[in-house]
Design a protein around this ligand. Structure first.
Ligand SMILES: [Zn+2]
Length: 139
């Protein structure tokens, strides 16, 4: 299947094989309404097996959150059948309400209205630090 088989939307490429379904549910895509193609275990010259997701008419996704989930993936924004923008995902510097702090004494555990904010401390080890209690969380 070719990238340009959709006129407008996004194509998420190079998703780690087997992760496509999780990414779909993570994005909150409504599969009863949106036109979605999930290709699982496609062969990739560079990466071995991969999953690919195509979502028609959707161009607005939370790139930062998606990077946290699978930072090896690439997001192609398609307009008029062409790639308008190609985004290589990376781990975001700061994430809000994606990772939860596991420290029971952390203010976020006590006070549910406080957002869970984490800062990247080590991209290679995929470690994040809690804004409030300095708890380190590995992805
Ligand atoms: Zn905390």
């Amino acid at each position: 299947m070719e990238v340009n088989s959709i006129g407008k939307g996004i194509v998420i490429d190079h998703i780690r094989a087997g992760q496509g379904l999780k990414v779909l549910s993570y994005l909150g895509v409504d599969t009863s309404k949106d036109t979605v193609a999930l290709i699982m275990n496609a062969t990739s010259a560079k990466h071995g097996r991969k999953d690919i997701i195509k979502i028609e008419n959707l161009t607005d996704v939370d790139i930062a959150a998606l990077g946290l989930f699978d930072h090896s993936a690439t997001v192609n924004v398609i307009e008029n059948g062409r790639i308008r923008q190609k985004i290589h995902l990376s781990l975001p510097e700061t994430v809000k309400d994606v990772i939860k702090c596991r420290n029971p004494r952390c203010v976020t555990s006590v006070e549910p209205s406080i957002p869970h904010i984490f800062h990247l401390v080590d991209a290679e080890r995929e470690e994040y630090r809690c804004e409030y209690c300095d708890e380190i969380v590995r992805l």
